[in-house]
Design a protein around this ligand. Structure first.
Ligand code: ADP
Length: 261
């Protein structure tokens, strides 16, 4: 902070330059703060699986040779935690790549309806105990400037959550519509919902409304952060409406660059 230059309150190029210099410094400082916050968050997230594996190794060391049950349980538990760490590392890579999107998506074009239908059909197949409804208001196909894999990833994150957090009423409704130059994809569930004070926070990385429960369901709290960064990188928007106890609707808006019959 002591490298800031004094603001010169004159109307000349030197004053302009001093203001610009200070703004650049502020931006760099914010970036550094975010990065160190990220490293802190990551270390915190890794601590739990590492501690669990360490605990099981100590159990194995003490009783593993004599007790086949300890042997089997500890190996299973440790494998589960290593899988979690693997997922966490993969998701962190996804998040850091999502932050780069804006720089290089100029050649991306994807038929939105095709991808949404594909994910919808896959989820129907994977979760036969759920009801999936599709409300398609689009007369034809629309093309958005986004990479196919990224749109698919966004859809999978939102649908996985809809399924994960709505075991009390297993239904997920999809909708496709347009407003002005945007295509709107809605994913609605009738599950546990999210309280008002958590609505903005769920898009923060590592934020989980109920840490223990989300952890049990395999969640790292990175899915929505990845989805939001991807969507905004492609100049789209994601919004959430939710009522605690009765369900959530996530709406994704993406720009349309072309329409087809
Ligand atoms: P996670 O891997 O924990 O699911 P996400 O970033 O995808 O991480 O979601 C963050 C948190 O938001 C979740 O832990 C959960 O508490 C809440 N959440 C996300 N989607 C839903 C939903 N459809 N219904 C209720 N809560 C949700």
């Amino acid at each position: 902070k002591d490298v800031r230059v004094p603001e010169l309150r004159q109307n000349d190029e030197l004053s302009e330059l001093s203001t610009m210099f200070n703004q650049m410094l502020d931006r760099t400082q914010r970036y550094i703060d975010q990065q160190s916050q990220f490293v802190g968050d990551v270390s915190h997230e890794l601590r739990t699986p590492v501690a669990i594996i360490q605990g099981h190794m100590q159990l194995l060391d003490r009783w593993g040779k004599d007790d086949p049950q300890v042997l089997a349980d500890s190996i299973q538990a440790s494998l589960k935690e290593t899988e979690r760490m693997n997922n966490l590392v993969q998701e962190m890579l996804d998040l850091s790549r999502a932050e780069q999107v804006e720089l290089n998506f100029r050649d991306a074009t994807t038929p939105v309806k095709e991808v949404v239908m594909q994910v919808y059909n896959n989820f129907k197949m994977i979760h036969p105990d759920y009801t999936f409804v599709m409300d398609d208001d689009l007369p034809g196909e629309v093309i958005s400037p986004i990479y196919h894999d990224h749109l698919e990833q966004i859809m999978i994150i939102l649908c996985d959550n809809a399924v994960k957090y709505s075991t009390n009423r297993p239904e997920v409704d999809f909708s496709l519509s347009r407003s002005a130059n945007f295509v709107e994809i809605g994913i609605q569930d009738y599950g546990e919902g999210i309280a008002d004070e958590d609505i903005d926070k769920v898009f923060d990385r590592f934020y989980r409304v109920d840490k223990a429960r989300s952890r049990k369901k395999g969640g790292n709290g990175l899915g929505l952060a990845i989805a939001k960064r991807l969507i905004e990188g492609y100049h789209g928007m994601i919004t959430l409406e939710s009522t605690l106890g009765s369900g959530s609707v996530f709406t994704v808006k993406l720009p349309i660059i072309e329409e087809k019959d």
